[in-house]
Structure formats: structure tokens, C-alpha cells
Design a protein around this ligand. Structure first.
Ligand SMILES: Cc1ncc(COP(=O)(O)O)c(C=O)c1O
Length: 411
């Protein structure tokens, strides 16, 4: 495919779940920031794995175990390629972004953060990138500090210098906000954090999905992302970490696979990444995520990004013209990933979502696991439409038509 022949309508045919009616109307799925739909190729990879190769990994000498291990490790190579990791062993399989952040906060944090140290996060974070650090701060008596956001939903970075000091041990920041769509300048933040010796953890749950990520270029220390928002299955994700950090970190969980030798009183650990993969892993999840990477690579992330930008430009313009609609987040499409958070007059976002659902349009309503963002904007919830490679301008038109129904009911 060339960029000219990027056709979301053709891409939609790869996604069986998109081809259905909801409440008697063709489904318009605009809840991609919560989770994406899965292409046939991923569904087949999962099915074929269970039908033909299913066995436990790294343990058996028999053929099925060998095949399962090869599939599992090949998938690791694929996700490593997706973020340009220099070595697949820097990619640890996790349950998802949430577990990856918890892994770092516990396995790295408990050994490196102490009383009086500082942890810097932002008001924009998903709860997954707040709560683990609150727990760490409480356990270690460290201080949790916040980068504020402005009324356009951007990080206030003017005073970053004053938030960073030699006590800052870790800076944990989202690549892209799930509640506002803001694309954060994570490379610049990383550089500033490194200048004071802090370690940088990037929550890439919404980043690696929509844009080319190059962890070597970002120069961060940890990058977390999950499979289910990028066409893969739920229950699988990746923690990428710098090898030298992963190697000296304590284990996260104990059990099979993560050990080298077990004695009565003590054990020694397996090499990275196995040290962090205790127990039977989500093998089929890894295989499915690998298939998702293959699928997305065949289309091309740059072309997906360009398509999403086109949809976003159209959506921001169309929604901006709906009376009563207020959009939260940056106005410029260059700073705004494929998420639009909005409210509409006095209509509660839950009512907006319910009325849209009657029209076959699936959007999310709530605090989006970002209560601090809601608090900043003094709202309890927003409605959120989020787009992906299969979204079309017709989807946007159906959303706007659904909002006309909301207006008709509320006026
Ligand atoms: C920015 C961000 N961080 C973290 C997460 C948590 O991801 P998961 O629930 O897949 O672990 C999400 C999910 O919505 C997210 O959008």
C-alpha cells in the first residue's frame, strides 16, 4: 500500500467486530482509547496457536514446547522492533501497561527511592501512572510532586527546572494523554530529568499505538505499552527497560522461570528478561501481540498516523461546530492525538453516551481513569470519542448526527 491507497473502508474489512449493527444501526466504534478491535490476522494467530502449538514455554524438550517457545520469543523480537529496542531481551512481557509501571515502581523503586527523595509525575496521568507512585512514596517516605496542566490540557513545563533537583529519583510521564489526547514532549522532559540524574519512565499506553516510537532516540529508561489498544489481545503488554537497569533490579514476583538456582534459604535469578517473568506467561497473548505488530507494520505506522491526523482535523472541526460542545485538550491537531474529550451543554456525559449508543455510536463517558484532569477542568466526567486506523469521516458524521439527537432531547 502507498499513502494514496490508504483506505480505511478496506481496512475495516479486516475487523469482524466492526461489521455489526448495534440498536439496529451499523456500529460506529469510537472507544479505541479504551481498547481497539482485533483484525482477523490476530484472531487467527490466537486460534492457530491453541489449535496447533499449545505447550508451556522454555520448559519442555518436546516439539510443541519448542514451537511455543519460538513463537513466544519471536513475538518479543517483533515488539522490540516496534519501539526500536536494541535488544529483545530488554522487553519484558507483562499483563499490560499497568503491570509494567507497577513493576518499575516496586522492583526499581523500592531499592532506589528513599525518605526525602522526590518522584515527579503530572496531573495529566492515567491512574496507572499515579497510584503505583503514591504507594511507593508512602512506603519510602518520598515526596510525590506534580507537573501541572494548563487550560488547553498541556503540561506546564516553564517551571520544570524548579520541579527537578538532585532529590528527584524518577520522572514518570505519559507519552500521550488518554483523557485529553495531548502529545507530550517526552524527549525534552527526559533530557531535563537526566540532567539531574533522575530515571525516566514513560507510560506509552496511548503512545506506541498512534506514533512511531524509538526508545533509543527518546533516550528514556523505561517505556510501557500494552497489546490491546494496538489490535492485540488483552492481558499482554511490554515493559521496555534499559538493559543495565533491568540487570541490577530486584525481581518483581517470585516463582518458576525467574530463578537460576533455588536453595533452601535463598535463590539466584535468571537473566533478563526471564527474571521478571515468573510463572507461566501469557504465551498466546504474546503471540497475538506479535501478530498485531506484523499487521500494523504491513500497513505502516506513519500512514496510520497520517490517516488519524486527517480524521482528527475533520473531527475537531465538525465537533467544534456543534452548539454547546466544549472540547478539552490542545486545539492544534499537531499536539493532539486521536482522542477528543468533550462535554455538551448541561447533558451529563453518561446521557450523551447512552443516547449515542442508541444511534449505534460507541463512545466512552466518565473520568477516564484521570480524576485529576477532571478536577482541573472542574467537571465530574467528559464524553470521549477516540479514533484509530479504521475510523472514517462517516464515523465522525454519525457522531455529530448522534449529538444532534442529544441536543433534541436536552433542549
Ligand atoms: C495513558 C494510559 N496509561 C495506562 C493505561 C493502562 O493500561 P492497561 O489498563 O492496559 O494496563 C491506559 C489505559 O487506558 C492509558 O490510557
Amino acid at each position: 500500500m502507498t499513502s494514496e491507497d490508504f483506505d480505511p473502508n478496506r481496512i475495516r474489512k479486516d475487523f469482524p467486530a466492526l461489521d455489526q449493527t448495534v440498536n439496529g444501526k451499523p456500529l460506529v466504534y469510537l472507544d479505541n482509547a479504551a481498547t481497539s478491535q482485533k483484525p482477523r490476522r490476530v484472531l487467527d494467530a490466537i486460534h492457530n496457536y491453541y489449535e496447533q502449538d499449545n505447550a508451556n514455554v522454555h520448559r519442555g524438550i518436546h516439539e510443541l514446547s519448542r514451537r511455543a517457545t519460538v513463537a513466544y520469543e519471536e513475538a518479543r523480537e517483533k515488539v522490540a522492533g516496534w519501539i526500536n529496542a536494541s535488544d529483545p531481551s530488554e522487553c519484558v512481557w507483562t499483563r499490560g501497561t499497568t503491570e509494567a509501571i507497577n513493576l518499575v515502581s516496586v522492583a526499581w523503586g523500592l531499592d532506589h527511592v528513599g525518605e526525602g527523595d522526590e518522584i515527579l509525575i503530572s496531573v495529566m496521568e492515567h491512574h496507572s501512572n499515579i497510584v503505583p507512585w503514591q504507594i511507593l512514596a508512602a512506603r519510602t517516605k518520598a515526596k510525590l510532586r506534580y507537573i501541572e496542566i494548563d487550560d488547553d490540557g498541556r503540561l506546564v513545563l516553564d517551571d520544570l527546572g524548579s520541579l527537578l533537583n538532585e532529590r528527584t529519583k524518577v520522572v514518570a510521564i505519559s507519552h500521550v494523554s488518554n483523557s485529553l489526547g495531548t502529545i507530550n514532549p517526552v524527549k525534552e522532559i527526559t533530557e531535563a530529568a537526566h540532567a539531574v540524574g533522575a530515571v525516566v519512565m514513560i507510560d506509552g499506553a496511548q503512545g506506541a499505538v498512534h506514533t512511531k516510537v524509538d526508545v533509543q532516540d527518546l533516550d528514556c529508561d523505561f517505556y510501557a505499552f500494552g497489546g490491546h489498544k494496538m489490535c492485540g489481545p488483552t492481558g499482554i503488554g511490554v515493559l521496555w527497560g534499559r538493559k543495565e537497569l533491568l540487570e541490577v533490579m530486584s525481581p518483581f514476583q517470585g516463582g518458576g522461570e525467574m530463578i537460576h538456582i533455588v536453595e533452601r534459604d535463598q535463590s539466584s535469578w535468571a537473566r533478563v528478561p526471564n527474571k521478571f517473568e515468573a510463572g507461566t506467561p501469557n504465551i498466546v497473548g504474546a503471540v497475538g501481540m506479535g501478530a498485531a505488530v506484523d499487521y500494523l507494520n504491513d500497513i505502516g505506522i506513519e500512514r496510520i498516523e497520517a490517516h488519524e491526523r486527517e480524521i482528527m482535523t475533520y473531527a475537531l472541526q465538525q465537533l467544534g461546530e456543534v452548539p454547546g460542545v466544549k472540547i478539552y485538550g490542545p486545539k492544534s491537531v499537531d499536539e493532539h492525538s486521536a482522542v477528543i474529550s468533550f462535554t455538551m451543554g448541561d447533558a451529563h456525559p453518561h446521557d450523551i453516551s447512552t443516547i449515542l449508543d442508541m444511534e449505534g455510536v460507541a463512545v466512552r463517558a466518565g473520568h477516564h481513569c484521570a480524576q485529576l484532569v477532571m478536577k482541573h477542568f472542574d467537571v465530574s466526567a467528559t464524553a470521549r470519542a477516540s479514533f484509530y486506523l479504521y475510523s472514517t469521516k462517516e464515523d465522525v458524521d454519525r457522531l455529530v448526527a448522534g449529538l444532534d439527537q442529544v441536543a433534541a432531547i436536552f433542549n
